[in-house]
Design a protein around this ligand. Structure first.
Ligand SMILES: [Zn+2]
Length: 294
């Protein structure tokens, strides 16, 4: 992280998603993350904080905010919500999943907006967050298993569980009237998976990508990187299928994980975000899964 990092050390394995790309050469100097807010669709805003994105949806009755990211990011997010929706209350905070590097800061939003703004998450986020007992990452007040529809000010927001993907607590948000979706960490726009895919759950992950592609949206924003569309999702599906096929062949030929990481390259994806740093680690993660039980 640039600037002041969140208190990740306390959460151990909870804090295992995307961080390292912020520490790439050129970004190593401590500095406050740059940030901006974009209205990606009518009343649906994407707040970018360094390499992280979150979203908030403005309705006539109030605002629904997603991942606060960090306490510092949450202060800026609150400012941007106020600027975009003056005098409207914050109706709810929704965690995409339980990882601390996306979900921290809800207590800051609550303090700024006043009252006990309800926090919503998938039911599988509840246990890890109660266990973590973090003052900046409060456990959800409301959980669901498959689908929850939030209705406010004439709009609806669908929260959908597509099965295990990146953790078992990952949900996707869909704003039907804007034909816009928001998905975090298990998918992105022309980017490889994070490091050795340690939080990816196979084979369910593949089903979640297909289920995401089946949703009715025109635009999809991601937890990292620029937004995309259905073609972005199909390219992700193809990448993971190609990775799986290459590693399956390697495993069938008896290559060790080291040999697979050394030899396998997918040149078609060489210009993707993260390829240089993480592709060989992606190979290792896929090899670990495919060689399980051998
Ligand atoms: Zn994560």
């Amino acid at each position: 992280m640039q600037g002041r990092p969140p208190p990740l050390a306390r959460f151990g394995t909870l804090a295992i998603c995307v961080l390292a790309f912020l520490l790439a050469p050129g970004n190593a100097q401590a500095q406050a993350p740059d940030w901006d807010t974009t209205e990606l669709a009518n009343g649906v805003f994407i707040f970018r904080y360094g390499g992280y994105n979150t979203a908030f949806v403005v309705t006539e009755d109030g605002v629904v905010a997603f991942d606060p990211i960090t306490p510092d990011a949450a202060r800026l997010l609150a400012q941007e919500i106020r600027r975009s929706a003056p005098a409207l209350p914050l109706l709810a905070i929704v965690y995409s999943h339980h990882h601390a590097d996306h979900a921290s800061g809800a207590s800051v939003l609550r303090a700024i907006f006043g009252g006990r703004v309800p926090i919503i998450a998938h039911e599988n986020a509840l246990g890890p967050l109660i266990e973590a007992a973090s003052p900046v990452l409060p456990a959800p007040d409301l959980t669901f298993s498959r689908r929850l529809t939030l209705r406010a000010g004439g709009r609806s927001i669908e929260l959908l569980y597509l099965g295990p993907s990146h953790t078992t607590s990952m949900i996707v948000a869909l704003v039907p009237d804007a034909k816009l979706a928001f998905a975090v960490d298990f998918v992105g726009n022309d980017r490889v998976g994070y490091r050795d895919l340690g939080s990816h759950i196979f084979p369910d992950f593949f089903s979640a990508l297909e289920a995401l592609d089946a949703l009715d949206f025109d635009t999809i924003a991601f937890g990292h990187g620029p937004p995309g569309d259905h073609d972005s999702i199909r390219r992700q599906i193809r990448y993971y299928e190609d990775l799986r096929a290459a590693v399956e062949q390697a495993v069938a030929e008896g290559w060790t994980q080291d040999e697979a990481a050394e030899r396998i390259r997918l040149a078609e994806y060489a210009d993707w975000t993260g390829y240089e740093e993480w592709f060989t680690l992606n190979v290792r993660g896929m090899h670990r899964w495919l060689s399980r039980g051998r």
